[in-house]
Design a binder for this molecule. Structure first.
Ligand code: SF4
Length: 264
């Protein structure tokens, strides 16, 4: 086997062995089967009523349902090929991205049945979503990139109003905000520190970015990625050494890598 194929094989094994992504893939697959069976059940129940209206109506409705399922199946195939590093046409990637956002709520409900923690599913969703966004190789101008950071990343005792304007940060080095401000300046990208989802949406609406780099916990990242969909958003999980929502931190190397990935 040539070195190239070895590399492909190793990438495939790595993708299969990644429990984070695998969990969401499995849940998506179950969701698609559940949605398919429900659609079929509905069609069977509606069949007599539809045929009373017109003899062609059941076939028409059935064909439409089959078409929707077919498109969803292509989306799922797109997720698989993209995750395993196989060549994926952009149209497949777009469908894959739509499929994961569409089926996320159903996946959460299915995970509940199997007693799987919601946070675990959210982490898996973020990994899959990030992978698909990166695979799309989206490039934007610096002024079209928005970094969204949660307010809990600011040192709790800091008196400066950085949510109003990040330029108010004195970059004293006591929390990651100073480094984020410096990174935003170096790369010429936008940075907003927000206190919640409403303000995050407001910042996105005001700036109309081409891409978003969001830093947050599992719950906020998941809802944020879905809120801004179809805007490409890469999520980076924050770390909570002092518990949730207090003096949180973020891996700045990951932030810088995500910035450079997005820039032309
Ligand atoms: S780096 Fe900025 S936000 Fe953080 S404590 Fe210092 S002045 Fe406050």
């Amino acid at each position: 086997m040539s070195g190239k194929y070895w590399a492909k094989g190793e990438a495939f094994i790595a993708a299969v062995q990644r429990p984070q992504k695998r969990l969401f893939l499995l849940l998506i697959l179950i969701s698609i089967v559940v949605a398919g069976l429900s659609g079929y059940g509905l069609w069977m129940v509606a069949f007599p009523g539809l045929s009373n209206i017109s003899e062609y109506l059941p076939i028409l409705v059935g064909s439409l349902l089959a078409l929707v399922l077919f498109i969803i199946a292509i989306g799922f195939l797109g997720i698989i090929t993209a995750l395993f590093g196989l060549p994926t046409p952009p149209v497949f990637l777009g469908l894959a991205w739509s499929a994961i956002n569409l089926f996320f709520p159903l996946s959460i409900q299915i995970a509940k049945i199997f007693d799987i923690e919601k946070e675990q599913v959210e982490r898996s969703f973020i990994e899959v979503s990030n992978h698909l966004v990166r695979k799309k190789n989206i490039k934007v101008k610096p002024e079209k990139l928005l970094i969204l950071s949660p307010h809990c990343i600011q040192k709790e005792s800091c008196p400066h109003k950085i949510t109003r304007d990040t330029a108010n940060c004195k970059q004293c080095g006591q929390c990651p905000v100073g480094s984020l401000v410096a990174l935003a300046k170096v790369y010429g990208v936008n940075l907003a520190v927000v206190t919640g989802g409403t303000l995050a949406r407001k910042a996105v609406k005001a700036l109309r970015p081409g891409a978003v780099l969001a830093i947050a916990c599992e719950r906020d990242l998941t809802s944020g990625i879905q809120d801004v969909f179809p805007l490409p958003a890469v999520g980076i999980l924050n770390q909570r050494p002092e518990g949730p929502c207090c003096n949180t931190v973020v891996d700045l190397d990951k932030v810088e890598k995500a910035i450079t990935d997005f820039l032309r």
